[in-house]
Design a protein around this ligand. Structure first.
Ligand SMILES: Cc1cc2nc3c(=O)[nH]c(=O)nc-3n(C[C@H](O)[C@H](O)[C@H](O)COP(=O)(O)O)c2cc1C
Length: 321
């Protein structure tokens, strides 16, 4: 099996970290299933109140004694939830966006390891300066909010600035081929979101999962319309999602959307209540076109590591070297 420096630091068997996606997309069941299978499950705390985060942490601990993490989007961090997770002595804190200095120092004081996800080489250098234990290089292929640089370009540059610090690759990785490729580019493992959306434990809506399974390569789009609709202030940052009628109507017409915002938000609320596949934001990475079935999360971990190990073993013969 594949054991890297990231596994050492995080105390896990396989170099697979489930992305700490926001409240709607992660729960204790998912996190515990990933951790129990030897990966690292991460509870998303974006939008999650402190009491709910604590209850989920207790559920995770009832389901597995393996390490797990919590995730915070720094510029949207709920301070009560952050303090509650520190008080619960969660072993691993993962962060995204914003300057990680203060959050890293507080997590370290509480005895936790820290992961910070970055989208540029400059952010990577800053994260190293403030003592982050592990970096995640997130490429343009990623689902949800993501950066502008493709993973193939970003990852080797981040690995170069990270020195001894392990770097995980994120964006479009859905299987063992993706993990093997990331390792060849110098990563110490993969951080994976979209593949874990399409698992039996994930609380994401049924139609959202179906849309990802039905998507073909090229069926996702990166756009600002979702943040405009949600009223989130993430200037210059885009969100990747599966194309549907909602994206066909508004992508490229952002000013028209701003002008019709009130009505558009009412329609969105109705669509979410009805789980309308054509009108809800179907957040997803570009790897959606290569996900063909719903699986238990533990199976996803096992399949990815088994396939990656086999590819790395047989690779020379496969390509005729
Ligand atoms: C539905 C969804 C929600 C996400 N929410 C968060 C979040 O709250 N915090 C965070 O750090 N990253 C979040 N991300 C981004 C992931 O951390 C990660 O970069 C991404 O999932 C990797 O690409 P992939 O989805 O192609 O595997 C989210 C991604 C998705 C798909």
């Amino acid at each position: 099996m594949i054991h890297t420096k990231a596994c050492e630091i995080l105390g896990i068997a396989h170099p697979i970290v489930q992305a700490g996606m926001a409240r709607t997309y992660t729960n204790a069941k998912l996190v515990a299933a990933v951790s129990a299978a030897g990966g690292l499950g991460v509870l998303g705390c974006l939008g999650r109140p402190a009491d709910e985060a604590v209850a989920e942490i207790h559920r995770i601990r009832a389901l597995t004694d393996r390490p797990f993490g919590v995730n915070f989007v720094l510029h949207l961090r709920d301070d009560d939830t952050f303090a509650a997770c520190l008080a619960e002595r969660v072993p691993i804190f993962s962060f995204f966006r914003g300057d990680p200095k203060e959050a890293v120092a507080r997590a370290h004081e509480a005895g936790a390891m820290t992961i910070h996800q970055i989208t540029t080489v400059e952010e990577a250098a800053r994260a190293c300066d403030v003592g982050v234990d592990l970096l995640v290089a997130q490429g343009h292929e990623a689902g949800g909010h993501m950066g502008a640089v493709p993973l193939l370009t970003l990852l080797p540059e981040v690995v170069a600035v990270a020195g001894e610090r392990p770097v995980l690759a994120a964006g479009g990785i859905v299987d063992g081929q993706g993990l093997a490729a990331a390792l060849c580019l110098g990563a110490a493992g993969a951080l994976i979101g979209t593949r874990f959306l399409v698992t039996s434990e994930n609380p994401t809506s049924v139609m959202h999962k179906r849309a990802i399974i039905g998507a073909r390569p090229g069926d996702t789009v990166a756009s600002e319309i979702f943040d405009i609709l949600w009223g989130d202030d993430w200037p210059g940052v885009q969100v990747r999602a599966v194309r549907n009628r909602l994206t066909a109507r508004w992508v490229g017409r952002e000013d028209d959307l701003r002008a019709a915002l009130q009505e558009a938000r009412i329609s969105l609320d109705q669509a979410v209540a009805q789980d309308d596949i054509e009108e809800i934001p179907l957040l997803s990475g570009a790897g959606a076109g290569r996900i063909h079935a719903l699986k238990p999360a533990g199976q996803v971990v096992r399949d990815i590591v088994t396939e990656a190990a086999q590819i790395l073993r047989d690779w020379g013969a496969r390509v005729g070297i």
